[in-house]
Design a protein around this ligand. Sequence first.
Ligand code: GDP
Ligand code: MG
Length: 393
Amino acid sequence: LKSTENTEKKHVNIGTIGHVDHGKTTLSSAITKYLSEKGLAKYTTYEDIDRAPEEIKRGITINASHIDYSTETRHYAHTDCPGHADYIKNMICGTSQLDGVVLVVAGTDGQMPQTREHLLLARQLGINHVVVYINKADLVDDEVLELVELEIRELLVDFGFDGNSAPIIWGSALLALKGNTSHYGEESIKRLLNALDSYIPVPTRNLSAPFLLPVESALTVPGRGTVIIGTLTQGVVNKGDAAELTGCDVLIKTIISDLQIFKKSYTQCFAGDHLGALVRNVRPETVFRGMVLSKPGAVKMHNHFKARMYLLSKGEGGRSRAIKSCYIQQLFSRTWNAVCRIDVCDSGMILPGDEGVVILTLQKKMIMMPGQQFTIRENNVTVATGIVTELLP
Ligand code: GDP
Ligand code: MG
């Protein structure tokens, strides 16, 4: 059984994270084995997952395996990466936002440096739901598992996750993979899948948030005025609503006097709709890509942002030399681009093929949100890609 595109099952994106050798790939394979016996997945062997295909995303080589499986209620796309660097790259540069993660911690080791680094990154990327699998339960006593669980709950709280209510499952991925049906064998996979189904929420179109429409284009309808075109990313908008058009250092107050989809007029539109909004008192030449039409006060322009940025290696088509602070280039995001200064935090330098924390300073104030991706290009060649983690004053 492959895709469940035609069924009613909800789709959720997840991935394993955790320190090297803690059992992420073994667990991923064990999940598919367990579900294959129920006809809900195709069994993918450890070797097939670990032999991750090289993917090229925006000129960046990422090694990642994508497996998919179903539970009784959901369809999961699940990502497992072979190495630490691939996790970082996949999380910063990958295209599909994870709805939740499975943190794998070996009971023999407890938390390790990559456990903490992956959690930090998950936090920065806005991932809110972590399910923990304490692995290698076949090798240690239950008292040790208990201590590891306490330590991990504390760690989750330290990183801003809900460490008190996050599900923590004890098990042995290796026993499960070998078909052992004991409590720590296949039964632990069953408990893990139940935890995923109940704890990680299905992503929804956010209808309760204030409406937001990033500008794709604008046109003039003779006799009527300016129409702003784009896809409503969140919220509900009504004909007659007050709105603000912000970005590129300007803020224009307006009223939405009509809403149209495929030339048909509507009184109300919802997140996900691609629409045209007729706006009062806005001249078309004042509307640019990069601006956002929103409920008044819903968003604020900034020109300082904190971000995690990956610098492409020479082999990936990137620079041959490192970047240091005061690096000035064009930043591209969504539908717009702008001049940007990049300052490197911590070590003060990023080498090609490496990543780090940076401060972005835009020449003009724009709307950027945590989780928004961007690329940096030199002479039309992509040299870096990243994700906004924080808005700075
Ligand atoms: P990854 O680097 O996190 O993907 O870890 P792997 O899945 O490759 O596992 C690393 C090593 O730990 C392999 O030799 C596995 O066979 C072993 N391993 C994984 N899970 C268990 C387990 O539950 N018990 C034992 N004893 N070994 C395990
Ligand atoms: Mg692995």
